[in-house]
Design a protein around this ligand. Sequence first.
Ligand SMILES: *[C@@H]1O[C@H](CO)[C@@H](O)[C@H](O)[C@H]1NC(C)=O
Ligand SMILES: *[C@@H]1O[C@H](CO)[C@@H](O)[C@H](O)[C@H]1NC(C)=O
Ligand SMILES: *[C@@H]1O[C@H](CO)[C@@H](O)[C@H](O)[C@H]1NC(C)=O
Ligand SMILES: *[C@@H]1O[C@H](CO)[C@@H](O)[C@H](O)[C@H]1NC(C)=O
Ligand SMILES: *[C@@H]1O[C@H](CO)[C@@H](O)[C@H](O)[C@H]1NC(C)=O
Ligand SMILES: *[C@@H]1O[C@H](CO)[C@@H](O)[C@H](O)[C@H]1NC(C)=O
Ligand SMILES: *[C@@H]1O[C@H](CO)[C@@H](O)[C@H](O)[C@H]1NC(C)=O
Ligand SMILES: *[C@@H]1O[C@H](CO)[C@@H](O)[C@H](O)[C@H]1NC(C)=O
Ligand SMILES: *[C@@H]1O[C@H](CO)[C@@H](O)[C@H](O)[C@H]1NC(C)=O
Ligand SMILES: CC(=O)N[C@H]1CO[C@H](CO)[C@@H](O)[C@@H]1O
Length: 509
Amino acid sequence: MAILLLLLPLLVSAVYGDEKAFIGVNIGTDLSDMPSPTQVVALLKAQNVWHVRLYDADRAMLLALANTGIQVTISVPNEQLLGIGQSNATAANWVARNVIAHVPATNITAIAVGSEVLTALPNAAPVLVSALKLIHSALVASNLDSQIKVSTPHSSSIILDSFPPSQAFFNRSWDPVMVPLLKFLQSTGSYLMLNVYPYYDYMQSNGVIPLDYALFRPLPPNKEAVDANTLLHYTNVFDAIVDAAYFSMSYLNITNVPIVVTESGWPSKGDSSEPDATVDNANTYNSNLIKHVINNTGTPKHPGIAVSTYIYELYNEDLRPSPLSEKNWGLFDANGTPVYILHLTAAGTVFANDTTNQTFCVAKDGADPKMLQAALDWACGPGKVDCSPLLQGQPCYEPDNVVSHSTYAFNAYFQQMGKSTGTCDFKGVATISTTDPNIDLRTLVIGAGHGSCIFPGSFGKNGTITNGTSLAPSSNDTSLGCPTQYFYRSCLFTTSVIIGAFLMTAVFL
Ligand SMILES: *[C@@H]1O[C@H](CO)[C@@H](O)[C@H](O)[C@H]1NC(C)=O
Ligand SMILES: *[C@@H]1O[C@H](CO)[C@@H](O)[C@H](O)[C@H]1NC(C)=O
Ligand SMILES: *[C@@H]1O[C@H](CO)[C@@H](O)[C@H](O)[C@H]1NC(C)=O
Ligand SMILES: *[C@@H]1O[C@H](CO)[C@@H](O)[C@H](O)[C@H]1NC(C)=O
Ligand SMILES: *[C@@H]1O[C@H](CO)[C@@H](O)[C@H](O)[C@H]1NC(C)=O
Ligand SMILES: *[C@@H]1O[C@H](CO)[C@@H](O)[C@H](O)[C@H]1NC(C)=O
Ligand SMILES: *[C@@H]1O[C@H](CO)[C@@H](O)[C@H](O)[C@H]1NC(C)=O
Ligand SMILES: *[C@@H]1O[C@H](CO)[C@@H](O)[C@H](O)[C@H]1NC(C)=O
Ligand SMILES: *[C@@H]1O[C@H](CO)[C@@H](O)[C@H](O)[C@H]1NC(C)=O
Ligand SMILES: CC(=O)N[C@H]1CO[C@H](CO)[C@@H](O)[C@@H]1O
């Protein structure tokens, strides 16, 4: 028995493979100003997102995703399910139009047939498995079945008694669908698609589920949930739900179907009845979720087994119906501006860059222009900031005033010095700000006709974070010569002043 138990994890990992878990995003399109497919793809690339799920098979979107390396899950919308489930020809047609027309240029890797059909459209449940099978046989006919998986996303509410996870089971009313469905997934090497929303579990628990447990925050040991049957410790709701799904499958004797979480997220805003839909909570949930998934942590039942997850969702969808939270699940607004900056220091591979503690250095309000000028000259000279974007005709020349130019230079210096303590002072004329000066200034003047002045460490129009490396000193040159052409007005420093500049360093910084 002991040997069997020890072997089990090995068997599972042999069946599941040693795939690395990935993070993807869902792309809902209920926006009044939906970005164009090329803009969407630009954002995905800038943010290092290589896996997306569409809620349909929009032609323009699939064309924009062609030759990008992005892997795409497309969907059969619920409205089309009845037709497809009842007619081989309709299913074959759907595959011809939405799949065969796009592969291999567009890397379609899965088809989600319907969305939460058992709970959202129970009338279509009798044809669900048939729809999956007909789509699959159309793929087989085109020899695409090994590269494109067919499945259907479920709401986790079909799992009953989900704590402790070891006692969970699928609502038995759905056995006539779930049993053949799981056999289909098993025989085709596909996976169970599951939508996991600790937010709703937390909301509906009336205080039984601690917020920290839903947000993957550390719990005191006495608050950790322990499954009395398995003695497995659960440190977060997400794992408990995924394990409940594994146990529900094994209850039906299915032990080798992996799980992909097709939706998970947290809203950043809600109405008065949704006090925990906040930017902080959304950021904490999604940041922790991403770290958890990418680390291949797996779950207590299947540690190390990939549970790839698609974040819900890329954009805030302002056209979604009430409550307010429905419109606020997105990571970005329609302009591609992040709703919040994820804390991903360790993850690093998705969502571009860590901007934890995003801070900027700006000219102080009401600072003496002469002091600003002196500090600007210092930054562009001894401070080694590349001030060339401030030259006439260059992107950051406008607005041509000392406040704007010194803000650019102060911020560049601050970013280049790794924002270390004391590097945003400049004799008291600079101050740290949490507001992106690029966004502030752009709405005022920068961008009018120039458009591309992007401050180091700030967001570009794409919502991408600029590297800042181009602003680093380009060489080690210690001569501290006076690169006059970079100066806002003129080089105030003569050689004798350079020595003074070194002394001033201590005062300025
Ligand atoms: C598509 O994605 C799969 C991973 O599922 C990868 O193995 C394959 O190389 C990709 N194909 C193309 C054309 O990029
Ligand atoms: C359905 O169509 C596929 C081709 O798309 C074909 O291989 C299969 O035999 C058809 N099945 C039925 C039941 O007609
Ligand atoms: C199980 O599913 C049936 C059919 O949808 C539903 O009527 C019933 O309320 C569900 N049971 C529970 C406990 O949710
Ligand atoms: C699962 O397997 C057990 C033991 O083989 C059997 O008794 C049980 O009926 C099976 N359950 C299902 C749903 O197939
Ligand atoms: C990452 O995985 C290792 C085990 O593989 C685990 O010890 C560690 O706690 C995980 N880290 C996070 C942040 O989940
Ligand atoms: C963010 O700021 C906090 C408080 O100042 C600090 O403890 C933390 O280390 C910072 N994180 C990063 C990544 O700089
Ligand atoms: C968006 O970003 C790409 C590269 O990341 C850049 O080439 C392009 O110019 C940017 N577009 C705008 C409008 O900033
Ligand atoms: C950031 O700079 C490094 C080094 O110059 C470069 O390799 C990388 O591609 C840049 N990243 C972006 C997003 O521009
Ligand atoms: C800067 O100078 C140091 C010491 O002379 C040298 O090791 C380093 O490679 C130089 N860096 C660059 C970017 O030239
Ligand atoms: C935390 C993090 O991933 N920072 C990265 C931001 O991007 C720069 C340039 O690509 C990297 O050097 C940092 O490591």
